[in-house]
Design a protein around this ligand. Sequence first.
Ligand SMILES: Nc1nc2c(ncn2[C@@H]2O[C@H](COP(=O)(O)OP(=O)(O)OP(=O)(O)O)[C@@H](O)[C@H]2O)c(=O)[nH]1
Ligand SMILES: Nc1nc2c(ncn2[C@@H]2O[C@H](COP(=O)(O)OP(=O)(O)OP(=O)(O)O)[C@@H](O)[C@H]2O)c(=O)[nH]1
Length: 443
Amino acid sequence: MTLVAIVGRPNVGKSTLFNRISRKTSALVDDFPGVTRDRNYAQITWEGKSFAFVDTGGYVSTDSSFIEKQAREQVLLALEEADIILFVADAKTGLHPEDTLLVDILRRTSKPIFYAVNKIDGPEQTRHLAEFYELGIDRLYPISSAHGFGIGELMTDLAELIPAPPEEVEETETNEIRISIVGRPNVGKSTLVNQILGTQRVIVSPIPGTTRDAVDTAFERHGQRFVLIDTAGIRRKGKTREKLEKISIIKALQSIERSHIAIILIDATEGVTDQDLHIAGYIQDRARGCVIGINKWDAIDKDPKRTKRFMEEVRDRFRFFPFAPILTFSAMTGKRVSKILPTVSEVFAQYNQRITTGIVNRALEQSLQRHEPPMVGGRRLKFYYATQASVRPPTFVLFCNYPDLVHFSYERFLTNQFREAFNLDKTPIRLLFRGRQKGAGEE
Ligand SMILES: Nc1nc2c(ncn2[C@@H]2O[C@H](COP(=O)(O)OP(=O)(O)OP(=O)(O)O)[C@@H](O)[C@H]2O)c(=O)[nH]1
Ligand SMILES: Nc1nc2c(ncn2[C@@H]2O[C@H](COP(=O)(O)OP(=O)(O)OP(=O)(O)O)[C@@H](O)[C@H]2O)c(=O)[nH]1
């Protein structure tokens, strides 16, 4: 997905603009689920084009010279990582020497840049625009983030640069397994990529991903084709790790989006952190297959008691992922890395599993017998029929009398029953509840 970064001096109104675009416009906003804590990025659809917005601002320092340095760094990082840059200046303060500096940096790139002058709240203020033409930019967008003026036009021009959404690749029945490797900085992602690719002789070819930086790598193993998503992105080392955080998480989300199976790496020497769960939450929301990889296993004390406690803790913190296999390995020494691809294949096979309708209905009947559906609001919940609607992940539609009243705990019960009956212990599955079909072709 195309990534648009908003950059500019402190206080020019970047977050106000971001908020307006992500919440208060008619743009359809799909917050990245699972990562709602950080409000700095949003997935947006404007005139049929989808893209992600990131606000690079929010400088913590109060020392103004330091802030300016930080702003410059953000611009450099945005240039490196984003596909389109949206530069914002402030009409109220007027043209600032620092604006000129930032614009000079931006000029060095061939990436598309949009220049907006903010806080032009009414027609009488458009005169403030004049001095910004000193920057030598042909097209300036006068906007008011606070009042919403000029935003629509800017967004429309921006959307024009974004490629049309690709045909839904997801459901094409190719058998290549698309894998994303995600995790916090320093967990060993690139070491693992090198280890996996180093042991694979048949590297098919690097294939350009959706954005210019994203280069995926395809290879074959025992006749199975694998694609490692965004190999280039994983290998590229960020110099200023901390500040990359905002963009790097979006990159991870985008990789997950494009993959079938996500390998989330945990650093054994640090244990499971909140951010690991944050990323995992996104894998869950997107219903991707998942393998939990505990890396740097060589570096910890392998006292059996301690190991047992460690594994229990991982299971507990990932309790929302009971189906994700957990592997321990060392990307550095290569020990047990060979387990990864077979495990991924196993998860993928289940992720694609189709169950015949007869078997689905037998499992439904048995589940209903084992545990009668509860009364809801004085009414008895009744299930009529079930069928598998799709794969990736296996998704089952259950027709019943009160589809909206199926309680979470009963849904969980049915999910567990289905998992067991169909041997789907390693993949997410989805249950959808629908009202009884009234006639052919009707929902
Ligand atoms: N008059 C006017 N004020 C605005 C407009 N947009 C933002 N502001 C004000 O400008 C100030 C700074 O806005 P922010 O959105 O926090 O600026 P920022 O660029 O995100 O700041 P950093 O977080 O430091 O990077 C706030 O007081 C806003 O209310 C606008 O269109 N018109
Ligand atoms: N002991 C040990 N160290 C490892 C292992 N895997 C990676 N490391 C070390 O951990 C550090 C980070 O590894 P990278 O592969 O660069 O991690 P990364 O996740 O790609 O890092 P970012 O680029 O910051 O996201 C390096 O110093 C590696 O040598 C491992 O299995 N065992």
